[in-house]
Write a protein that binds this ligand. Structure first.
Ligand code: GLU
Length: 548
């Protein structure tokens, strides 16, 4: 067979050669040991939480080595592609502060190794496919779906492995005449790799996360170009990661099964193999057993969920890092305020068996992260969230920033900051009572408090309240009121003989708390009163008393 003749027959329009491509994509000028890594999602609609997991691991690994991290869009499967998904990915990664050195951007490309959208790289793929045809390592296959199905049935009956290989590979040794006839008839065809593998022999790969992997060699003549001339994942991966000089290919472990394909492809193309790093699938607990996080069943599969629900960006990043590296939590405890970029991320600390995503733990991490923020930072974040999700609250926050920041400052700073909320969506419930428009009244007294007593205490308090009191004076006033009304001002005395009192100063404080905040749990009542101001405090307490 004259393979050059066949190659010209199939690709008369391809005038470029692999050498041209090598020139166009020269080696990168990077120091020894610098890693070039990427993420390459397929734009199939939404960004899975696993993509953030991958992005962070790649970004950290590349940048800690002094290398590059880029973004490629794998959009060769037009059947699965969702319009606007690529743009959504770019925006979403931007929101999470994932920084790419190069790659696809909203309106094109940024970098010297593009195009970074695979749909724009057809000529490049065909250049290499043509070369493989010239080398006798690829050939056209005109099998219809029905024929492929018939092969499958035959294999089932014979108890043979499924696939297109060896004696089942109908077009592998077709004559040039048969090929020309089929071409003349306009039959659609794919290009297949002519595998030289032998499944009775083994191939070994050292995975940077999973360690030594060993498989039977590939023997499948798998498709490298589809009938529309575009490549499936496998071929695009080999060509792109070679030309873009990716040193480490990190991807989900679902690609381990086809690793022998990739090994054979890289060899056939004469490319140096990258280091493979296969990451464990993110799992969740469901009724006691582990399973994959799925888009269909789990809203938390979609990164957009976290934005909508008001998860702090840094909380999610921080939590994902705990999933990525088992020693991150210890590091964080030892370095509570250090930026995450100081952490020495490593493949060695990545889970091999399946990281368990625990949304409750994420929430706790968010609470910690928020508790370390300044009031101003919390304000900016809550306001940004409310702008998109709660216009009523947004207007209130916007109308008086100083007031909101003062509220958010309660219990902040110091060794043990308050941890009242973990999500921006919880802030309204936490601080809403500070706004008359959101204050829902004050009927939520604990059951043990007598109504008439509460009314009396509230009425008395109106007369003794002084907005200029320091905290200790304020509390002394409460204690004096307690004593005069038969409540214990000393908690020890109360505990020793509760029957001797109507209650304790804690009950009095609770009456006031409920009257001014409407809630039994709130930030410090003294601080609350200070911020609410005399008029509101007295107004609320009087109204509360009147309603009892
Ligand atoms: N487009 C592939 C995916 O979404 C990327 C795999 C890779 O990173 O090589 O799974």
């Amino acid at each position: 067979m004259d393979y050059n003749y066949l190659a010209e027959l199939l690709y008369p329009h391809i005038k470029t050669t692999p050498e041209d491509m090598e020139k166009k994509y020269p080696a990168r000028d990077l120091p020894e040991g610098a890693r070039v890594m990427r993420i390459a999602p397929s734009p199939t609609g939404y960004l899975h939480i696993g993509a953030l997991y991958q992005a962070m691991a790649n970004e950290r690994s590349a940048h800690l080595s002094g290398g590059k991290f880029y973004f490629r869009i794998e959009d060769t499967d037009s059947k699965r592609e969702v319009q606007g998904a690529a743009e959504l990915f770019i925006t979403m990664f931007g929101k999470y502060g994932i920084k790419f050195d190069e790659g696809a951007v909203i309106d094109g490309d940024d970098g010297n190794y593009g195009p970074y959208r695979q749909s724009q790289r057809t000529e490049i793929y065909q250049t290499f496919a043509k070369k493989l045809v010239q080398d006798g390592r690829a050939y056209p296959c005109f099998c219809t779906d029905e024929e492929i199905e018939a092969i499958r049935k035959q294999q089932e009956e014979a108890g043979d492995n499924p696939g297109y290989y060896g004696k089942y590979a109908k077009w592998r040794d077709a004559s040039i005449e048969d090929i020309e006839t089929a071409l003349k008839e306009g039959k659609p065809y794919v290009i297949r790799l002519k595998s030289m593998g032998d499944a009775s022999k083994r191939v070994k790969v050292t995975d940077a996360i999973k360690g030594e992997l060993e498989f039977p060699q590939n023997e499948q003549d798998f498709v490298i170009l589809k009938s529309n001339g575009t490549p499936p994942y496998h071929f695009a991966h080999a060509v792109d990661d070679h030309l873009m000089h990716t040193t480490h290919v990190m991807r989900g472990e679902e690609w381990v099964a086809t690793l022998p394909w990739h090994v054979e492809l890289f060899d056939a193309l004469g490319f140096k193999r990258p280091v493979y790093c296969h990451t464990a699938t993110l799992m969740k607990l469901d009724g006691g057993s582990k399973r994959k996080i799925s888009k269909r069943k789990d809203p938390e599969a979609d990164l957009a969920f976290y934005i909508k629900e008001g998860y702090p960006k840094d909380g999610l990043l921080e939590y994902v890092m705990t999933l990525l590296n088992s020693n991150f939590e210890d590091w964080r405890r030892a370095n509570p305020t250090a930026p995450m970029t100081d952490f020495q991320f490593s493949f060695k600390k990545m889970s091999v068996s399946g990281a368990l995503f625990d949304i409750q733990k994420l929430y706790d991490v968010c609470k910690d992260v928020v508790s370390r923020m300044t009031a101003e930072e919390v304000y900016e974040n809550v306001t940004a969230w409310a702008k998109d999700n709660d216009p009523e609250f947004y207007e209130l926050l916007e109308a008086d920033k100083a007031y909101a920041v003062e509220i958010l400052g309660i219990g902040r700073g110091g060794k043990k900051p308050r941890k009242d909320f973990g999500l921006w969506s919880e802030v309204k419930a936490y601080m809403g009572f500070f706004y008359d428009a959101l204050f829902t009244g004050n009927k939520d007294y604990p059951e043990n408090l007598d109504k008439a007593e509460t009314k009396k205490i509230l009425e008395k308090y109106v007369d003794i309240f002084d907005e200029n009191d320091e905290q200790n004076v304020w509390f002394d006033r409460l204690k004096a009121l307690a004593d005069s009304e038969g409540y214990a001002s000393d908690m020890k005395a109360y505990k020793q003989d509760p029957a001797a009192f109507k209650g304790s100063v804690a009950d009095i404080a609770m009456m006031l708390r409920v009257a001014v905040t409407g809630k039994q749990v709130s930030p410090d009542t003294y601080c609350v009163m200070k911020i609410l101001g005399k008029e509101r405090v007295l107004g609320r307490i009087s109204t509360a008393a009147a309603e009892l």
